[in-house]
Design a protein around this ligand. Structure first.
Ligand code: PLP
Length: 451
C-alpha cells in the first residue's frame, strides 16, 4: 500500500507509529504501511480518512448487529450517564439497568436459563465460565471435576483463560499457554480435515473425540465442554448435521456441563436469538458479548441454567467479578439494542428473508475458479480459496492469498476477513437485499483480482 497523500491521514498514521500498540497486529509490518483510519459509519457502511465508502462485511468484529448510526443507542447512553453513570454490583448492591437487562436476556435465552452474570467482554465471560464450572462442581462435592475441554482452532478470547480455552496455536505460543486443566479436541472442519469421509460421517467421528478425551482424563476429572455453535474466528466452521446430536449424547452420558460460547452467534447472527436455539443445543452456560450491545459499548455476560444457579446458591460467596460488570451505561444500551432487535423484527427478518437471500447469493460464488467451497448459516458465511477446485489443493501458505484477497476487498470498498485462505463475512443483521448484491458484486470482483 502506498503512503497516503492526505496530510490528515498521514498525521494519524504517525500517531499510531509513535504511540499506539494495537491488538492482533504485526507492529513492524504496520509501521511500514500505516493503518487504515476509519472515521465514521452509517448503516452497513464505513468511511475512511481518504473519503472512501466501504461496505462493512464483518459488522466491525462480528458485533454491530443493528448497524451503525442508531440514534436511539446514543440517546440511551446519554440518558443513563445523566441518571447514574456508574455504580457497581458488588457487595449486595444493584441498579435498575442491570436488573432489567438480566430479565430481558432471560426472556430470549433457551428455556430454563434465567440468570445472567455480567462481564465487560467476551473474554471475561469465558474466564467466568471457567471459574464458575469449577466452583459449581466443588460446591456439588466433586472438586476433582476441573478440566475444561475446548476445541482446536476455537477462539474464546485473549485473556490468559480465554486464550487457553481457545485452541489457536499462535496464541498458545505466546505466554506459555494453555494454562493447566484445559484440553482440546478437533474441530468439525470438514473441508479442511474431512479427508475422504462424507460430512455426516466426519461429524460423528470428530464428536466421538469428546468421548475418548473424557475417558482418557476420567469422567471424575472433567468439568465442562466449551464450544461455539458455529466456530467463528477459526474460519466459520459450520458443523455437519450429525455433530451436535452426538456431542449432546456424550455430554449426557458422562454428566459434563456444556458451555456454549455465543459471543458471535448470540443476538440473531444465525437467524435465531442464540445459535444454541438454531442447533437445538441445551447449554448449561452461555457466554455472550458483541451483539448484546451491537458493539456500541463494551459488555459481556454468562447466562446460567437454573440447576447451576441452585448449586451456586449453596456455595457461599463467589469470589469473582469486574468493576464494569453490568455497567449501567452498557446495560442501558444493551436494553435499547434488544428493544430495536425485537420491535423491528430484525432477527425474524434475517431468518425468513435476508439470510436466505445472502446465502443463496454467496453460494453462487462457488462457481468462481478460485473457490473450493462456500458455506454459511444465517448472516455468517465463508469461502475457501483453492489452487485447484477439484482436488481441493490449497495455495502455498507463503503466497498469503487470503491476505491479498482481503487487501483487494478493502481497496475496492468491502471489508471481508481472511483466516488463512478462508474468506469470511458476517455483515450487520440489517443489511438489505440491495446491499447484499453490492457485497456479492464486490466479493466477485476481488476474487477476479486475486486469481
Ligand atoms: N468468544 C468468541 C466466540 C469470540 O469470537 C470472541 C471475540 O472475537 C470472544 C469470545 C472474545 O470476546 P472479547 O473480544 O469481547 O473479549
Amino acid at each position: 500500500k502506498k503512503a497516503s497523500s492526505n496530510p490528515q491521514t498521514r498525521q494519524w498514521q504517525d500517531l499510531g507509529r509513535d504511540h499506539h500498540l494495537p491488538p492482533f497486529t504485526d507492529y513492524k509490518q504496520l509501521n511500514e504501511k500505516g493503518p487504515r483510519i476509519i472515521t465514521r459509519a452509517s448503516g452497513v457502511h464505513l468511511w475512511d480518512s481518504e473519503g472512501n465508502r466501504i461496505l462493512d462485511g464483518m459488522a466491525g468484529l462480528w458485533c454491530v448487529n443493528v448497524g451503525y448510526g442508531r440514534e436511539e443507542l446514543a440517546e440511551a447512553a446519554a440518558r443513563q450517564m445523566r441518571e447514574l453513570p456508574y455504580y457497581n454490583l458488588f457487595f449486595q448492591t444493584a441498579h435498575p439497568p442491570a436488573l432489567e437487562l438480566a430479565k430481558a436476556i432471560a426472556e430470549l435465552a433457551p428455556e430454563g436459563m434465567n440468570h445472567v452474570f455480567f462481564t465487560g467482554s467476551g473474554s471475561e465471560a469465558n474466564d467466568t465460565v471457567l471459574r464458575m464450572v469449577r466452583h459449581y462442581w466443588a460446591v456439588k462435592g466433586k472438586p476433582s471435576k476441573k478440566v475444561v475441554i475446548g476445541r482446536w482452532n476455537a477462539y474464546h478470547g485473549s485473556t490468559v483463560a480465554g486464550a487457553s480455552l481457545g485452541g489457536m496455536k499462535g496464541l498458545h505460543g505466546q505466554g506459555d499457554l494453555p494454562i493447566p486443566g484445559i484440553e482440546h479436541i478437533d474441530q468439525p472442519y470438514w473441508f479442511g480435515e474431512g479427508g475422504d469421509l462424507d460430512p455426516d460421517e466426519f461429524g460423528t467421528r470428530v464428536a466421538e473425540q469428546l468421548e475418548s478425551k473424557i475417558l482418557d482424563l476420567g469422567e471424575e476429572n472433567v468439568a465442562a465442554f466449551i464450544a461455539e455453535p458455529v466456530q467463528g474466528a477459526g474460519g466459520v466452521i459450520v458443523p455437519p448435521e450429525t455433530y451436535w446430536p452426538k456431542i449432546r449424547e456424550i455430554l449426557d452420558k458422562y454428566d459434563i456441563l456444556f458451555a456454549a460460547d455465543e459471543v458471535i452467534c448470540g443476538f440473531g447472527r444465525t437467524g435465531e436469538w442464540f445459535g444454541s436455539q438454531h442447533y437445538g443445543l441445551k447449554p448449561d452456560l452461555m457466554s455472550i458479548a458483541k451483539g448484546l450491545t451491537s458493539g456500541y459499548v463494551p459488555m459481556g455476560g454468562v447466562v446460567v441454567r437454573d440447576e447451576v444457579v441452585e448449586v451456586l446458591n449453596q456455595g457461599g460467596e463467589f469470589y469473582h467479578g469486574f468493576t464494569y460488570s453490568g455497567h449501567p451505561v452498557a446495560a442501558a444500551v444493551a436494553l435499547e439494542n434488544i428493544r430495536i432487535l425485537r420491535e423491528e423484527g430484525i432477527v425474524e427478518r434475517v431468518k425468513s428473508e435476508t439470510a436466505p437471500y445472502l446465502q443463496h447469493r454467496w453460494r453462487q460464488l462457488a462457481e468462481h475458479p478460485l473457490v473450493g467451497e462456500t458455506r454459511g448459516v444465517g448472516m455468517v458465511a465463508a469461502l475457501e480459496l483453492v489452487k485447484n477446485k477439484h482436488s481441493r489443493e490449497r495455495f502455498p501458505a507463503e503466497q498469503a492469498v487470503g491476505m491479498r484477497c482481503r487487501e483487494f476487498c478493502f481497496d475496492n470498498g468491502l471489508v471481508m476477513r481472511a483466516v488463512g485462505d478462508t474468506m469470511i463475512i458476517a455483515p450487520p443483521l440489517v443489511i438489505d437485499p440491495v446491499e447484499i448484491d453490492e457485497l456479492i458484486a464486490k466479493a466477485h470482483k476481488c476474487l477476479d483480482l486475486t486469481a
